[in-house]
Design a protein around this ligand. Structure first.
Ligand code: SAM
Length: 211
């Protein structure tokens, strides 16, 4: 059986093309940022912790993917610039442009103005770090609202919701309530969750824009 994060990646990989703009709303250690950088043209990755940017920069560097650290919103939307072309064994390869942004995803609209094909949220806290730095219902919904406005038709948002920590249940309930009320004619909203496991394994919520 696929785990929730594997299912999230599978559902996003299915739709991301080499010229797409994509968002990692919760960068953490950069596993999802790397996954997106290997598929799309422009990646915007957000986190509120410097440590997340450092870990992600290193992870992408190990795969020879260059990143740029962004600490302040720039007036120019870089995604409107064409991705850099590289010649590789005579074949033209497109180099992804990856912005590692030190800001909360609730500020997304200050950094991303172009249409977005896919986004991923991995809600909760970064393992082995300060458990007080967690995603929160209010800011998550604010980011979701901005992203649903920017999403192209056929675009998808995946939310992997860890909720075993303090405040986690509240955030999970808020996300489920908010996404459940998206109008059916324009949006498809699905969840994927284990039903017979003890503890609190994550729940995956998937959103697709139909029209
Ligand atoms: N996707 C990550 C990975 O591949 O390693 C794991 C993400 S971890 C479960 C959640 C992350 O969300 C933490 O790194 C935390 O700092 C970050 N976070 C908390 N509040 C945030 C916010 N308002 N905006 C963006 N990131 C936030």
């Amino acid at each position: 059986m696929l785990k929730q994060i594997e299912m999230a990646h599978w559902m996003l990989k299915d739709i991301i093309n080499v010229d797409d703009v994509v968002v990692d709303a919760t960068m953490g250690n950069g596993y999802d940022t790397l996954f997106l950088a290997e598929l799309g043209a422009k990646v915007y990755a957000f986190d509120v912790q410097e440590a997340a940017l450092e870990a992600t920069e290193k992870r992408l560097e190990n795969k020879a993917i260059k990143t740029q650290i962004v600490k302040k919103a720039s007036p120019v939307d870089q995604s409107s610039l064409p991705p850099k072309e590289q010649a590789f064994n005579g074949v033209s390869m497109t180099e992804p442009s990856v912005d590692l942004i030190l800001a909360g995803h609730e500020e997304l609209i200050n950094y991303v103005q172009s249409p977005v094909k896919a986004a991923i949220f991995n809600l909760g806290y970064l393992p082995k770090t300060d458990k007080n730095i967690v995603t929160r219902a209010e800011t998550t919904l604010s980011a979701l609202s901005s992203l649903t406005d920017l999403l192209v038709v056929g675009g998808r948002i995946a939310l992997v919701i860890y909720y075993g920590h303090e405040g986690g249940e509240e955030e999970k309930d808020a996300v489920i309530k908010w996404t459940s009320t998206l109008p059916q004619k324009d949006w498809e909203v699905t969840s994927y969750a284990p039903l017979n496991q003890i503890h609190t394994p994550p729940i995956l919520v998937l959103i697709e824009k139909r029209k």
